[in-house]
Design a protein around this ligand. Structure first.
Ligand SMILES: NC(=O)c1ccc[n+]([C@@H]2O[C@H](COP(=O)([O-])OP(=O)(O)OC[C@H]3O[C@@H](n4cnc5c(N)ncnc54)[C@H](O)[C@@H]3O)[C@@H](O)[C@H]2O)c1
Length: 306
């Protein structure tokens, strides 16, 4: 199939593009390289360096005739969304509408959208299921939720099929330490340099950490399954920041200190997903426990001497 991956030079998008290419799909990447890197690009992918807000994107769609569009590109920095909500909305809302318009005009069969746990805000209950109340506490969460609504409205008006995947905290190779879910790459960066790690709050905050290969597999399953549906993509398990720190320090075999700072207002205290709907409908399940995913990630960085 002819498949577009927006954001295919970034962390999740590049891992997805690699897997699609290894499964013999014809892959095109659109990315403006704002956080993505040229070295992440698969040499077999056709690459267009262009902003998702650029109106000329429709010409790429006309030329390439995509069957499936993975819309992964986004402004993913929660702090930046609070400092500059207009820029966040330009990329995450207007950029998504620009991609949807190009899909509509060119009869794309399906769009698969990378969404986030940030759409839920502070949970009323755990594990969070897909029907949980949505009350984002950052503009990033609001812009990603808006995009979900635009996608479902395009689907109703123009019969564009879609699947929306809400990721928990994703980690793995090629992750930038500035993004959402970046705590693991921040810790890793510090541990590799034998520097102390800063923890906001008392370290008891919990998250649902999912390895990037599992996220990629959920995206691949979405080609065939999950039409017109929204899914939580996580492990359904929670880990505190302190436990995460200890597991990582053990794997890295480093004696590192912790510096505790005040918790940040925009940080959610506890979060983990209920993933039954994904397990039942998407024909998918996460394969990596946290220890194995972390070992794979740390081995990769050690072998690269980073
Ligand atoms: N990393 C996580 O833990 C996590 C969790 C939940 C959801 N997500 C979602 O997954 C997606 C990918 O996140 P990631 O962690 O791989 O981030 P990333 O920053 O590594 O990747 C985003 C990519 O999009 C590109 N991009 C950004 N703005 C663009 C624009 N205006 N035009 C064209 N390209 C642009 C960047 O250059 C980058 O290559 C995002 O949609 C994000 O909201 C990520």
């Amino acid at each position: 199939m002819k498949i577009l991956v927006t954001g295919g030079a970034g962390f999740i998008g590049s891992n997805l593009a690699d897997k699609l290419i290894s499964s013999c799909h014809d892959v095109v990447v659109i990315d403006n390289l704002s956080t993505g890197k040229v070295e992440n690009l698969n040499s077999k992918a056709k690459f267009y360096k262009i902003d998702i807000c650029n109106k000329d994107i429709v010409e790429i769609f006309e030329k390439e005739k995509f069957d499936i569009v993975y819309h992964v590109a986004a402004q993913i920095d929660i702090q930046k969304s609070i400092q500059d909500p207009i820029n966040d909305a330009m990329i995450n809302v207007m950029g998504t509408i620009n991609i949807l318009e190009a899909c509509r005009k060119n009869n794309v069969k399906k769009i698969i959208y990378s969404s986030t746990a940030a759409v839920y805000g502070n949970p009323n209950y755990l594990g969070i299921d897909e029907d949980h109340y949505k009350q984002p506490i950052s503009f990033y969460g609001s812009s990603k939720l808006s995009s979900e609504y635009y996608i479902s409205t395009y689907s109703k008006l123009y019969n564009l099929d879609y699947t929306i995947l809400r990721y928990s905290n994703v980690y793995g190779i090629r992750q930038d330490k500035n993004g959402e879910g970046g705590v693991i790459s921040i810790f890793l960066d510090k541990m590799m340099d034998s520097e102390d790690v800063t923890i906001f709050g008392d370290g008891s905050a919990t998250r649902d950490y999912i390895y990037v290969e599992d996220v990629v597999d959920a995206n691949i399953s979405s080609i065939e399954y999950g039409s017109g549906e929204i899914f939580n993509i996580g492990t359904g398990k929670y880990t505190s920041v302190l436990k995460l720190f200890n597991i990582m320090a053990d794997i890295c075999n480093k004696d590192i200190g912790m510096i505790f700072e005040n918790e940040r207002l925009e940080d959610i205290k506890d979060s983990y997903f209920e993933i039954d709907k994904s397990l039942n409908i998407l024909n998918w399940k996460p394969k990596f426990c946290l220890e194995n995913g972390l070992k794979k990630t740390i081995d990769y960085y050690e072998s690269k001497g980073i």
